[in-house]
Write a protein that binds this ligand. Structure first.
Ligand code: FE2
Length: 368
């Protein structure tokens, strides 16, 4: 057996975990920049709890609430400039994957005046500012990963900033912040967490530790399927399970990385504005068929951990979760396949797909 395992994030999970552990903020710095999207952190109560915790510890803060979905490099530069001008020395990201990923990149840029290539290099002259992550969706697992996915308009795609330096110092997971999410957002983000666990389990870089987290995550996700398909109540207990499964899946990809599904999903999001989790979900069934040709036993294990009988039943579940599917033109399939092939995560897929495999997965996933 041979593996590395590294998770430096201090995890706090459970109801009111932010206010109950407010002293954690003391260790991070003297002034915070809170990084969020426009509204949701205010509406779901997470921003209020963070403000209360900071106030209770006498820590001043400045707010940057302009993070868009799939945040751009320009946005994180703007937030870093504000942070520097305000002398903020640590970053609190509140939200879904977008504000959390933005927070990590901002933490790099606060102390490092670097160009885009240097930003993505993962090597910096000055220390990266501490990041505290408060997820308000259950899907990305960004609170426990060393990744920040940013939109790079120059290459017309998403780009992955990956360095252990941006692992959050602490993560606060309280499922009450996810209670107000509409069903479609809950389903899409849940599909993202499932794809992290599945891709991570099947990745070249998987190891016995990461597989353990995949299995636990898929088991828990399986328990949530009736609520996600509308056959059971989507209550706070299920919300908590999804948040827990998402964190587990984040720990998986922190060690294994993602694979061809994410590589193919990014152009769907960039060019067709298909939400990230949904983009993955649209590809999952055909991806599993592709992997199954080489590793049928591994795929069977995953399907059974989800509580399903076989790949066909998995396909039926995805159809139910996704509803009516988008249509891709032949030109789009050609273009998106070329884009996907360039992604670093392709080589992390086992077997490594060729361009024709990628085209086939696209074509079979988007019939018509
Ligand atoms: Fe993802």
């Amino acid at each position: 057996m041979n593996f590395k395992y590294f998770l430096p994030t201090n995890i706090f999970f459970g109801q009111d975990c932010i206010v109950k552990n407010a002293e954690t903020f003391d260790k991070s710095g003297k002034k915070a920049v809170i990084v969020t999207g426009k509204k949701s952190a205010r509406l779901n109560g997470s921003e209020k709890d963070v403000r209360a915790a900071l106030d209770s510890r006498g820590i001043p803060f400045v707010l940057f609430n302009e993070v868009e979905s799939n945040p751009s490099i320009e946005t994180v530069r703007k937030a870093a400039e504000l942070s520097r001008n305000e002398n903020a020395d640590f970053v609190i990201g509140i939200g879904g994957g977008s504000p959390l990923d933005a927070a990590k990149a901002i933490a790099v840029l606060i102390n490092n005046d670097v160009n885009d290539d240097e930003l993505f290099s993962g090597k910096y002259l000055n220390p990266v500012a501490p990041v505290i992550a408060v997820p308000t969706t259950a899907g990305t697992g960004s609170e426990v990963t060393p990744y920040a996915i940013l939109t790079d308009k120059k290459i017309e795609n998403k780009k992955n900033l990956s360095t252990p330096l941006i692992f959050p110092a602490a993560a606060f997971l309280d499922a009450k912040y996810t209670e107000s999410l509409p069903l479609n957002v809950t389903v899409n983000t849940a599909i993202d967490l499932m794809s992290h666990s599945v891709e991570g389990y099947l990745a070249s870089r998987a190891n016995s530790m990461s597989r353990m987290y995949s299995i636990e995550s898929l088991n828990v996700f399986g328990e949530c399927i009736p609520a996600l398909t509308g056959k059971a109540e989507l209550n706070i207990k299920i919300r908590e399970k999804l948040l827990y499964a998402s964190m587990m899946a984040g720990i998986v990809i922190a060690h294994t990385g993602t694979t061809v599904v994410h590589a193919m999903g990014y152009p769907l999001t960039y060019f067709r504005k298909i939400e990230h989790g949904r983009a993955n979900g649209l590809l999952m069934h055909e991806y599993l068929k592709f992997i199954s040709s080489m590793h049928p036993d591994k795929v069977k294990i995953l399907i059974h951990e989800l509580g399903l009988a076989d790949i066909k039943e998995f396909g039926n579940l995805m159809d139910m979760l996704l509803g009516e599917k988008e249509i891709l033109s032949r030109d789009e399939i050609e273009k998106f396949s070329s884009v996907a092939l360039q992604a670093g995560s392709i080589s992390n897929t086992d077997p490594v797909p060729k361009i024709d495999d990628i085209k086939k997965i696209f074509t079979s996933s988007f019939p018509g």
